[in-house]
Design a protein around this ligand. Sequence first.
Ligand SMILES: NC(=O)c1ccc[n+]([C@@H]2O[C@H](COP(=O)([O-])OP(=O)(O)OC[C@H]3O[C@@H](n4cnc5c(N)ncnc54)[C@H](O)[C@@H]3O)[C@@H](O)[C@H]2O)c1
Length: 507
Amino acid sequence: MHLTPQQKEIGKANYNEAVAFTRRNFLVGAAAAVPGLGAAYFGYEKLKGDRVKVGFIGTGDEGSVLLTQHPEDYMEIVAVADLRPTNLKRAKHGDGNDVRVGLINKLGAETAMKIKEYSDHRELLADPEIEAVVIAVPLVAHAPLALEALKAGKHVLTEKLMAHNITECKEMIKVAREQKKLLAVGHQRHYSVLYDNANDLVQRGLLGDIRFIRAQWHRNNSFPGRDSWRKRIPSEDRQALEKSIKEYGFEDVEHLVNWRLYNSTGGGLMAELGSHQLDACSIFLGKVKPLAVQGYGGRNFYGVKGVGSKDKQEDDREIDDQVFVTFEFPGRNYDAKDNPNDVVVVTYSSINTNRAEPYGETLFGSRGTMMVEEEQNVMLWKEESPITGPGGLDQRLYILQGSDGKPVLSASESVSKVQAVSATVSGKVSRGYTEEMEHFCHCIRTNNFESPADGGLRCPGEQGMKDAIMALTSNMAMKLKKRIVFKDEWFDPTNPAVPETDEQMKS
Ligand SMILES: NC(=O)c1ccc[n+]([C@@H]2O[C@H](COP(=O)([O-])OP(=O)(O)OC[C@H]3O[C@@H](n4cnc5c(N)ncnc54)[C@H](O)[C@@H]3O)[C@@H](O)[C@H]2O)c1
C-alpha cells in the first residue's frame, strides 16, 4: 500500500489517539514501547536475588544482537561459545562495521574480558556455573543443541524457528518437561509492547469485522553484494573448521556459514521471516490455530539462467527466493458444520527483488485498517461510515464511547477528544529482545512454569511449535502445490502426529 508522508503521520496520530483513549489508566508511555518498560508493562517485577548465570551458544549475527541487548540487571553472561573463530571474536570485540555489537562496548573491557570463551557448545554445556543458555545457531542445530542443554540441566531460550521439523519440537517439549527446565522460543513479538498495544485495540473490536490480513517482507537483494543470506567465508573460519565440521552436523563449512540457502540446514523464507509474521497474525486473530494453507514458492530469480538483469547472481541455492501463501484462519464463531464461512484470510509474501513496501502486517477491518510497519510504527485509519463520518487514509480520527461501552472510530472531534499520547518515542522502539531475555530470567528465578495467561513464558515451546507448524506446513503446501489442512493433533505436544509424516504430504 503506497502512503504519502502525510498519510503516515495521520495514521500514527490516529493510532496514538486510540491507545490514549483505551489505555488512559495504564502506562501510557508504554504506547511508545520505550526500551526498559517491559517489566512494568508485562507485569513481572524486577529480579529479586542473584542474576541468572547464562551462556550464549552462537555469536553470529543474531547472537551478537542478543548479547548487545541482554538485560544486565537480570542476566550475567558467564560464557560464550561459537565454532567460528571470527564470530567468537566479534562477541567481545565487536565488528568494525557495526559499533553496536561487542560485549566490551556494552560492559566495559574489565567485565567483558572475564567472560569465558569456548570453541563449541559441548564445552559450554559442561560448565557447571551456567544455569541457562541462549541458543542462536543455524536452524538445523536448534533441536540437537537444545536437547543436549536440557539434558545437561540448563534452561533454554532458543532462537526461532523452534526446530527443523515438528518431531523435534515435540521431543524438545517432552525433554524440557521431564527435566523440569524452562524452554523458551525467540519469537520476540510476544514481548513487543508495540504489538501488545496494537493487539489490545484489535481485541477491543476497534477495527470491526476483520476478514483479511496481508503481511509481507519484501527485500531489495538483487544487486551484487546485497544478498544478506549469501555470505563470504572468512579463511580463518574455513581453516579452523574444514576438518572437524562434520562432527557438528554440517556437511561442510559452506553449509555452516550459508545455512539459510539449503533445505538440509534451513527452512527458507517462511522459517526465517514468515514465521514471525504469521505468529503476529495468529495473535491478532486471538491466538487461534490456522485451518488450511496453500501457496506458490519458487527460485524465480536466483534459479533462472540466462534472463534478468546483468546484476543478477545465479547460484546454487535450494530454497525458494519468493514465496506467496494463503492461510485460512477460523473467525471467532467458526464451526466446521454450523458456521463454515466464518473464516479470515491471511496472505503472506516474501520476495528478494523489490522492497518498495516496508515489511509489516496490515489488518483490513470493516470499521478500520491497521498497519504495523517494521516492528516500529503502527498506523490506523477508519472506513467511511454513514454514522461516524468520512474515512480513508487522509482522515484524522477520534475515538467515541459506543453505546455498548466499546470504543468506536469517529471522524468527529467534538464528542470526546482525548489527549493524544504524550510519550512519543525518541530513538528506536524496542523489538522485544531485551524483554524476552528479562522474562526468561525472571521465570527461572521465580521457578515459574505457568502458562502465558498466568504470567509464565510468553513464547514457551508449545507456542514456538505452533509457529513452526505454520511455517513448515506452508513449505510443504508450496512444494506439493496443494491445499493442506492443519490437524489438531499436530498442535498437541503429547500426540505423536506431525505434519511431515501426514498422509496429505504424499504427492
Ligand atoms: N528473532 C529474530 O528476529 C531473528 C533474527 C535473525 C536470526 N534469528 C535466528 O537466529 C539464529 C542464528 O541466526 P544468525 O543470523 O545469527 O546466523 P549466523 O550464521 O550468523 O550465526 C550462527 C552461529 O552459530 C554458530 N554455531 C553453529 N553450531 C554451533 C555449535 N555447535 N557450537 C557453537 N556455535 C555454533 C556458527 O558458527 C555461527 O557463528 C537462526 O535460527 C535465525 O533464524 C532470529
